[in-house]
Design a protein around this ligand. Structure first.
Ligand SMILES: Nc1ncnc2c1ncn2[C@@H]1O[C@H](COP(=O)(O)OP(=O)(O)O)[C@@H](O)[C@H]1O
Ligand SMILES: [Mg+2]
Length: 224
């Protein structure tokens, strides 16, 4: 088991007051290594909240999260930052590329150690991925000179640059037209298979959800 969520509770507002809103209510989830999971559910059902907890960007109120059998729930802030860097990759609906950097510079940014240099191996891995997702010709261009689909493929490469074990995607095709959404879906499925990356994606797109190994619906704070 790569990831295990046990009895996760999360809400917003002051607990015990009327401002409190429970979003996740004793949620369980198990994800095996290499598995591709889709989480669907209506807007406001807590999909992003769930992904933020798995991504350790936020903490559950109750419950535990295990990664490779280790309980990461009690990690310190810096412990979690190390964990994220080492094991997780993120793709969002909007690509958040830096406009002043080229495609290749954007991709390499997460690999850059503070004040350090990119290794030859990292550069080769970046080049391999950039070719693989079909944006090699555009590598010196800036985001404003790229199409929406090219930007999102750049974001996928950036998410994979540190060889994460778990890729988390929040509506990755949400801002793309049908054709580009389809292409990105294929890309994610192929990369997950060929690079052995486990994928959890939140999506409204049936065409993406149906390519995953398992589909869950988030409803009333639980996965079904
Ligand atoms: N930071 C926050 N503060 C207060 N309420 C929030 C916050 N983030 C999300 N919510 C609320 O929690 C619920 C679930 O939100 P979210 O996880 O973003 O749902 P989804 O991604 O499924 O649309 C929504 O009602 C939303 O308004
Ligand atoms: Mg959301």
């Amino acid at each position: 088991m790569l990831l295990k969520l046990q009895n996760i509770t999360k809400g917003y507002g002051e607990p015990g007051t009327h401002s409190y809103r429970q979003v996740l209510d004793g949620l369980d989830l198990e994800v095996k290594r290499g598995e591709k999971i889709a989480v669907t559910g209506p807007s406001g059902s807590g999909k992003t909240t769930l992904l933020n907890l798995i991504g350790t960007l936020d903490r559950p109120e109750q419950g535990n999260i295990f990664f490779e059998g280790k309980d990461i729930t009690g990690y310190t802030k810096s412990g979690l930052a190390n964990f994220r860097n080492k094991y997780l990759g993120f793709i969002f609906q909007l690509h958040y590329l830096l406009p002043q950097l080229t495609l290749m510079e954007n991709v390499l940014l997460p690999a850059l150690p503070a004040g350090g240099k990119i290794s030859v191996e990292q550069k080769e891995w970046a080049e391999y991925l950039v070719r693989k997702v079909g944006i090699w010709e555009q590598r010196e261009q800036k985001p404003s000179q790229l199409s929406g689909g090219e930007c999102q493929r750049t974001a996928v490469v950036r998410a994979l640059i540190n060889k994460p074990k778990l890729l988390l995607a929040d509506e990755p095709t949400g801002a793309l037209d049908e054709e580009n959404a389809q292409a990105l879906t294929e890309l994610l499925v192929n990369l997950s298979r060929e690079e052995g990356v486990t994928l959890i994606t939140v999506t409204h797109a049936l065409s993406l959800a149906e390519r995953m190994d398992k589909r869950y619906v988030l409803k009333n704070g639980l996965l079904a």
